[in-house]
Design a protein around this ligand. Structure first.
Ligand code: SAM
Length: 331
């Protein structure tokens, strides 16, 4: 495929990173993510098929996308996810394939995912207490996730990033527990605290990143300013002096990073999202299913990227809310 000019938007941001939500369905029901009864799932016929995902990734790789993260919903519950990983890892130009998962089935899948070409996993875990974990995920099993983390370490899906959404009054008392859990694995594991983002309504109170850092300062020493390194994605990170543990903060509300946003999201239904706060059309799935050419797909992608807003104005206590649901957009 002929190499195309990079995917630059109207504000000079070049896009190299694509998150792909392979399903909006999930085996957990995290309280801040979706209702207990689930959602109006995208009908299976409207989900992108694997060959459609691979084609879109290939077209986007020709435009400079070189990192892909597979997410959802829960990506590991989509049938034969291993074959999709293999297909994406073999696309010329894609040099990093990662996955975000709740870890529930990782104990079984980790070696095969690694062999298929997956480089790394991010694992979401919002409590280290069995009962609380089960409450926050509405039925999740902490011990299975811990076994999944072990398996991912053994398989070399590293560095593992443990993603923790801290919710004010619900699990923010576990901040130090997470540090102590990760510190012995500082070589292969990073800890990342994510600010709760309100989608459609504000149901929980966001813990701002600076409050988390102030709390960490009570017990640990680290350099004064968190930084953003090349491998940190949207996180600003700091390194704890004693253990060397890297701790990152994803703070889309209190310290948003829109000015450097290089990410695009391919939703489970084939729509591209250039920004969490902004719906884009047309659906790439519809273009593919009406037999449009790769050039047509490229034109559509470039138009959507050119229409990407400069940023969002959702804040800890105000501003507009994010549109849609995280699980079909791909968190
Ligand atoms: N099922 C996978 C998992 O649990 O990691 C992947 C999808 S999940 C939507 C991806 C990430 O988004 C998780 O770390 C989850 O905690 C985070 N997330 C979901 N809803 C969120 C929200 N409203 N605010 C902040 N993070 C959220």
């Amino acid at each position: 495929m002929i190499k195309q000019p990079p995917l630059e938007d109207a504000f000079g941001r070049t896009h190299t990173y694509l998150r792909v939500s392979v399903t909006d369905r999930c085996n957990y029901r995290c309280v801040y993510c979706m209702p207990e009864e689930g959602l109006n799932w995208v009908p299976r016929s409207e989900l992108l098929r694997y060959e459609e995902i691979a084609r879109i990734v290939k077209v986007m790789a020709s435009m400079g996308i070189n990192k892909v993260r597979i997410t959802g919903g829960e990506p590991t519950i989509r049938t034969d996810i291993i074959s999709l990983i293999g297909a994406i890892a073999s696309i010329p130009g894609i040099d990093d394939v990662a996955m975000t998962t709740n870890g529930h089935t990782l104990a079984k899948l980790a070696p095969a995912l690694r062999s298929a070409g997956l480089n790394r996993v991010n694992i979401s875990i919002d409590s280290l207490q069995d009962a609380r974990f089960s409450d926050l995920t509405r039925g999740g099993n902490l011990q299975r996730v811990l076994a999944g983390i072990e398996a991912a370490l053994d398989a070399g899906l590293t560095p593992i990033k443990l993603n923790v959404v801290l919710l004010d009054g619900l699990n923010d008392d576990e901040l130090f527990d997470f540090v102590e859990f990760c510190a012995p694995h500082a070589k292969d594991m990073e800890l990342r605290f994510i600010e709760y983002m309100p989608f459609q309504e504000r149901r929980f109170k966001t813990v701002p990143a600076e409050r988390m850092r102030a709390q960490l300062r009570e017990r640990y020493s680290f350099g004064s300013n968190p930084e953003r390194g090349a491998s940190d994605g949207p996180a600003r990170t700091l390194r704890l002096a004693d253990s060397g543990l890297k701790v990152g903060f994803i703070s889309p509300l209190s310290e948003h990073f829109c000015a450097t946003c290089n990410r695009l999201r391919l939703m489970a239904n084939g729509h591209l999202r250039t920004c969490l706060a902004h719906e884009d059309t047309p659906s790439l799935r519809d273009l593919i299913r009406t037999e449009q050419s790769d050039t047509d797909i490229r034109i559509a992608v470039r138009d959507m990227v050119l229409g990407k807003p400069s940023g969002h104005d959702c804040q800890v206590d105000g501003g507009t809310l994010f549109e849609g649901v995280m699980t079909s957009i791909g968190g």
